[in-house]
Design a protein. Structure first.
Length: 217
């Protein structure tokens, strides 16, 4: 049987989840999302041709992983995501794991980056049986350099709490700052070769597109 695309998996999730949301709550979620999109943050973020900021971040085992080391043997795919608490992020991370062999076959490496603490990343790596590094961007420092960070509106925080989505508990702070979901392909020269950024957190890049872009480098 043909494996469902990431977009199809997201649609299946939404078809089950959205009907359970009260209309007033759903309207508020959509209104705040439209407001965030209207800010145009995605257009101001790092783009193709820019030098990607250098970094050294802790993985799930709290070992430092640097950009320079990751680029030694080939290009790098970086997926910024909100955290293990986000169901859309989990669908994306699992899809990347399912396509990891094909990504690595192009000579590239893959890392995922979120503001969650290493222990939360470790829980996610174990639960999802991930075989690529999940890095912790403490205080969203790298995501801020990339122009990806926004603050979750206060009106949405009680909704997230009702859904038991503990953002402060995952990130180790109470700022409610999160990165826009984004995927970058970085060349061995440190330049951004491909960029996908969308303030709409329900929109994610298909792994097949990543593989196609890597093969075209």
């Amino acid at each position: 049987m043909t494996q469902a695309s990431l977009t199809e998996e997201i649609t299946t999730f939404q078809n089950k989840f959205i009907p359970t949301i009260p209309e007033e709550t759903l309207n508020l979620l959509m209104s705040e999302l439209k407001t965030l999109i209207a800010l145009g943050m995605a257009e101001q973020a790092i783009k193709v041709g820019d030098t990607f900021p250098t970094f050294s971040l802790a993985n799930a085992n709290e070992s430092a992983v640097s950009l320079s080391t990751l680029l030694k043997d080939g290009p790098l795919v970086i997926s910024f995501y909100r955290g293990a608490w986000c169901p859309y992020c989990n669908l994306e991370i699992n899809a990347l794991q399912n396509h990891l062999t094909d990504i690595q076959a192009t000579g590239a490496q893959l890392v995922a980056i979120s503001p969650q603490t290493p222990d939360k990343s470790n829980d996610q790596v174990s639960a999802s049986k991930l075989t690529f590094d999940v890095l912790s961007d403490t205080d969203n420092q790298l995501a801020k350099q990339c122009g990806l960070v926004f603050t979750l509106p206060e009106s949405l925080r009680p909704i997230y709490a009702d859904w038991q989505l503990d953002i402060p508990g995952h990130n180790g702070d109470d700022t409610f700052e999160l990165p826009m979901p984004a995927t970058f392909i970085i060349g061995t020269d440190g330049l951004v070769k491909y960029a996908f950024i969308d303030m709409d957190y329900t929109k994610r890049l298909e792994p097949e597109i990543i593989i196609k872009q890597l093969k075209a480098l």
